[in-house]
Write a protein that binds this ligand. Sequence first.
Ligand SMILES: Nc1ncnc2c1ncn2[C@@H]1O[C@H](COP(=O)(O)OP(=O)(O)OP(=O)(O)O)[C@@H](O)[C@H]1O
Ligand SMILES: [Mg+2]
Length: 568
Amino acid sequence: MKIFDALILIRTQLVSSPVTSLIILVLSTLVGLLEAVSIATLVPLFDIIIKGDVGDLAKYSFVNYFLELFEVGLTTTVVLLLFSSFILMKGIFSLIAMSYIGRVVVELALNMRKNFLGGLLQSNWPSLANKNSGEFLNSINHEIPKAASIYRYSCLLLGSSLQLVALIYVLYTFSVFATYGGIFLAFLLYIVLGGFIRLSNEQAKNQANLTNSLMTRIHELLGSIKVIKAMDLSQFVLPVMLSEAKDIKKAEQKQIIATHGLNYLREPIVVIFLCVGLYFIIENQFLDDGLLVATLVLFLRLTQSVGKLQSDFQTFVVNSHFYHSFNNKLQTIIDNEEKQGISENILFKESLEFKKINFSHDSGKLLVDIDLKLPNKGFISITGKSGSGKTTLIDMLIGLYEPSSGSISMDGKNLKQIGFENIRSQVGYVQQDPFIFNESVLMNVGLTDERIAKKDILEALKAAKAESFVESMDNGLDTILGEGGSKISGGQKQRISIARALARKPSILILDEATSALDKTTMLDILEIMKGVSSKILVIAITHQQEVLEASDRIYKLEDFKLKEIRS
Ligand SMILES: Nc1ncnc2c1ncn2[C@@H]1O[C@H](COP(=O)(O)OP(=O)(O)OP(=O)(O)O)[C@@H](O)[C@H]1O
Ligand SMILES: [Mg+2]
């Protein structure tokens, strides 16, 4: 990261919360001044200690100001009181500044999470289908706190710089020679130790990329752990997992060298430099004793400030990579936002129509010139070989995929224009691989939709033939179903999913292989209920099952990119 880029980033951060940044700026300036003035106050004290007398009062310009303000004389007690008050005030102001910074940082982190998760929910389906869940989790958990802390470091860098200016000014009033020495030392530290900051910079970039890949792998591993165990694949999987972990270890080792190198090499450089400086000052009697000791204290404080500035800058540089990594992901999410339609709340009354639909995934053409008109009630089946595009076709109806040409309309209105929210709010959807939340049965069926009453949930469970197995579970409706539904069987997951779709009382019920995992009796029972439902609403079943096809009013088959009606 170039200094110029860093300055721009700091500016962007500070401008993002202008009022708080201004308050912090004022407080930091006060802290800087108090720090400088408190050390200046020590000069007469050192004179008293070393010479037993303060000598010529005129030379303590800073102290004189306060003596006149409070109308007191120059005594040891007064000096000590002034010194302690300045340090106390400095502490209080620093604390207030830090609490302001902290407030902004947590607010920023909250907003980042909101934008990220909100953006994800608004993303179009193709971008979500190709999503990288591990990277998303990494962003939310690991990158956001670091990215938000960039504001803290921007403030700290600004504050430290202001304090440094105040200290240099007071040092200047003590000794011009020592000031030039101080500036030269700061420059020397920048040149000699700058390498460690560059090392941190490179490693942080590496780490940001590596943790993203590691998280992706861990997420995949957790999703596939049953297959890995069942086929005893751990010995093959572990080395792949560890390869990234090893690279992260290397990057972390270099990061440790960079951080400690910066901290521990600073001291010897400062001390050697100071010894040379002191030698010249003492040999040439540039300063009297009291001033010399105060200069020394000030000088050490100055180098401490430079050190803090360097460490803060190092952390700023490291965290800026996480900030950029997070922002790139957020930008991708924003770029993939779904387009909104022009109207809302149009109820489905008559028909759904696909006209001359063409579509291809990355893998090549899939659907060619598809025409399909569906009524507002009845049981419709779509069949066809695996991979022929059945799921894709129906996903297009709810706007998950956009056709490359052709139109889809509801009651004659183009859904692209009126908005797919219109149809989605009336759809009950049972997906091919049912998803179960690690929540209760009640929550899994009702989700968080307050419009769905408990009575509707119970009815839906009954219709989906899930009532008896739910009753037999320890906590009935309150039984927690495990991550991804790990505590129930495949067929039970399907029945909970069917209940979830029915509980919404949809106008269009989409069942994508919804009964594939059920025994024949259960499947026939559910089919009968679906048939009953289809006298009032449109049921679209994607299926390979003969029984479902037999129960249908119309059957369509997808074959060679085309859709044919094979029974009406
Ligand atoms: N997000 C995607 N990106 C690229 N290709 C995809 C994507 N989703 C599906 N495909 C491809 O599109 C084709 C049709 O997939 P689709 O899921 O619609 O088939 P299907 O008829 O529902 O199959 P099945 O009966 O196995 O569920 C497949 O060849 C699949 O590989
Ligand atoms: Mg499918």
